[in-house]
Design a protein around this ligand. Structure first.
Ligand code: 2DT
Ligand code: MG
Length: 216
């Protein structure tokens, strides 16, 4: 008999607006998968612990100003700093669950007037997610969950523009990868829906093949 083929891990990305519950749901999913024996690691972008992350953190906390293009490239470089580690984990059979990725990169820069193609270019070739879970929260529920913080982009004007950009991105990514989750619901209900969707992704034949490359 043929040796059993070793399946790679799944690359699962969460995207969404402020207060959509991304970070909570990422942690819940990582714990739930590990509990059922699916070896899983969490990741997040921007990763403020990396060298590019320090500059990004100064920008977001409004301690530093940067040209729109410069900060865009730093966010992309921040992903490239981690890309080989993510790829290695996936190839070793570890599932990676990531809080934000290149879709946030495009959405937050495109609303400043940078072109879609220009924004996409530096991320071409990064590991492509097998599944993107877009947590859609209504402005009303987001408001009930607490006010905005002090960071850049944490205003209702920016959030409304970013939501439109995410919607457009979802259409270009396609339904097999991009899944919308109604994040107005309670934490447990949202978690259960996410687990259902992730189970499908974990059963996919795609995990018998190589990790694809983003936008290629
Ligand atoms: P957090 O609140 O999740 O730490 O995000 N952002 C993020 C970008 O502008 N470009 C990117 O490529 C990424 C990953 C979204 C901090 C802010 O950084 C924005 C919110
Ligand atoms: Mg934030």
């Amino acid at each position: 008999a043929a040796a059993p083929s070793r399946r790679r891990g799944a690359f699962i990305v969460f995207e969404g607006l402020d207060r959509s519950g991304k970070s909570t749901q990422v942690q819940r999913l990582v714990d739930a998968l590990n509990a059922r024996g699916v070896q899983t690691k969490g990741a997040r972008f921007p990763d403020r612990t990396l060298s590019t992350g320090k500059m990004i953190d100064s920008y977001l906390s409004q301690k530093a100003d940067l040209d729109d293009r410069a900060i865009h490239l730093l966010f992309s470089a921040n992903r490239w700093e981690r890309a080989s580690q993510i790829l290695e984990d996936l190839r070793n059979g570890v599932t990676v669950v990531c809080d934000r990725y290149a879709f946030s990169g495009i959405a937050f820069s495109a609303i400043k007037g940078l072109s879609w193609n220009w924004c996409r270019a530096p991320d071409v070739g990064l590991p492509q997610p097998d599944l993107v879970l877009f947590l859609r929260v209504s402005p009303e529920v987001a408001q009930q969950r607490g006010g905005f913080g002090q960071e850049r982009y944490e205003t209702s004007e920016v959030q409304a523009k970013v939501e439109k950009a995410f919607t457009k991105l979802g259409q270009s990514v396609g339904k097999d990868v991009w899944t919308e989750i109604d994040a107005d619901k309670g934490v447990d209900e949202v978690h259960e829906e996410i687990v259902r969707r992730v189970e499908q992704a974990l059963g996919s034949e795609a995990l018998d093949g190589e990790v694809k490359k983003l936008w290629e």
